[in-house]
Design a protein around this ligand. Sequence first.
Ligand SMILES: NC(=O)c1ccc[n+]([C@@H]2O[C@H](COP(=O)([O-])OP(=O)(O)OC[C@H]3O[C@@H](n4cnc5c(N)ncnc54)[C@H](OP(=O)(O)O)[C@@H]3O)[C@@H](O)[C@H]2O)c1
Length: 246
Amino acid sequence: MYLGLKDRVAIVTGGTRGIGLATAKALAVEGCVVAVCGRTPVELDGLFSYTVDVTRPEELTGFVNAVHERFGRLDILVNNVGGSMGGGGFQASTVEQWRGVFELNVFSTLVASKAAIPHMKAAGWGRIVNVSSIWGKEGGGGAAYNGAKSAVISMSKAMARDLAGDGILVNAVAPGSVYFPGGGWDKRMQADREKIERFVQTDMPLGRFGSPEEVANLIVFLSSAAASYMTGSCVVADGGQSHSNI
Ligand SMILES: NC(=O)c1ccc[n+]([C@@H]2O[C@H](COP(=O)([O-])OP(=O)(O)OC[C@H]3O[C@@H](n4cnc5c(N)ncnc54)[C@H](OP(=O)(O)O)[C@@H]3O)[C@@H](O)[C@H]2O)c1
């Protein structure tokens, strides 16, 4: 399959570990120049790493513009950064947690996209992939996270319909539970191995977690020339975990 990714310039927010890092590496293998960001400074072979807190809009906008200025173009934006900030049901959640979760998942996606779109419009080509979750498509996970990831899917659809005439395609991905060392599921596993092993056996039809690379493959496809008829979709990669028919 022709992906047409050679020499494309890509940004992956929250790309220093997990799904983001796997996506950044996979895009680089396809020939992209890739910039990632996280709050913790890190050196990553073959990637350009920036220290950015995405909940600070000026910092995030500055990062997007700095990448465009440094490499002379910006073709692909993967809004990967996100998280549940502790999770919990509605009654356990606080207003502050809802604000924090929306800042991290929804407003980071909005701010980075608003910064990237003028560069993509000028070039007449762009791909934006927003990382949601199966908990954006159906009830589940923490209450605030559930709401935020639904908002990411809804915003992706609005962006896609609005930007279709500008050559910019926008899609969301909805991963199921993804395991990697140092990730959220690894921490839950360390805290209660038996409980998590039971969860995998009962809730994961393939009998295992997904890997960051399995989600990255989907994101790379949606970032590519090969996905030329896809916009406004939310594509699930969950090993059959979710129950939604739509
Ligand atoms: N893992 C799963 O099971 C799963 C399932 C469905 C959806 N997702 C979604 O997939 C995405 C990635 O999750 P993940 O589990 O692979 O990775 P993760 O462990 O949540 O790591 C996220 C990345 O974001 C960075 N980050 C966190 N807060 C940040 C901030 N305020 N500013 C800048 N960077 C920040 C982290 O680096 P620093 O800590 O250094 O900032 C790291 O590079 C998220 O949107 C998540 O909701 C994950």
